[in-house]
Ligand binder design. Structure first.
Ligand SMILES: [Cu+2]
Length: 120
């Protein structure tokens, strides 16, 4: 096989993958910075629409905290001075609890907030 042909075949494989991974134009990207400190999330309520791409930056203000949503299989841990940013597609409508799943400190157990995904 000629090298150029081989390169083209590679393009055929790579380009559709890149296109599929790129956000679709109709998708709305929503960005939130969630501050976790003193056993509270701020904001404690996030409202979005089904189909939105949600980008969350978790800032742990005092001790390590996590942002966990079981139904979305999200569990991200932030440490003081080391914020963590992640994205997910809000494909499921409903009200979901987010909480801190760390067991370092008993106070983490009462940390909770709500992700509200409105049906489109
Ligand atoms: Cu915590």
């Amino acid at each position: 096989m000629k090298p150029t042909l081989r390169r083209c075949l590679l393009c055929l494989l790579v380009i559709p993958t890149l296109l599929a991974a790129a956000p679709r134009p109709h998708q709305v990207k929503r960005e939130f910075t969630v501050d976790a400190r003193k056993y509270q999330f701020s904001p404690a309520r996030i409202e979005i629409e089904q189909g939105d791409v949600v980008r969350v930056t978790l800032i742990a203000g005092d001790i390590p905290h996590s942002f966990t949503i079981d139904d979305y299989r999200i569990a991200k841990r932030g440490e003081p001075g080391k914020p963590v940013t992640f994205e997910f597609l809000a494909d499921r409508a409903g009200t979901f609890k987010f909480y801190c799943n760390l067991t370092i400190d008993d106070g983490c157990r009462k940390m909770a907030g709500e992700l509200i995904v409105r049906k489109k």
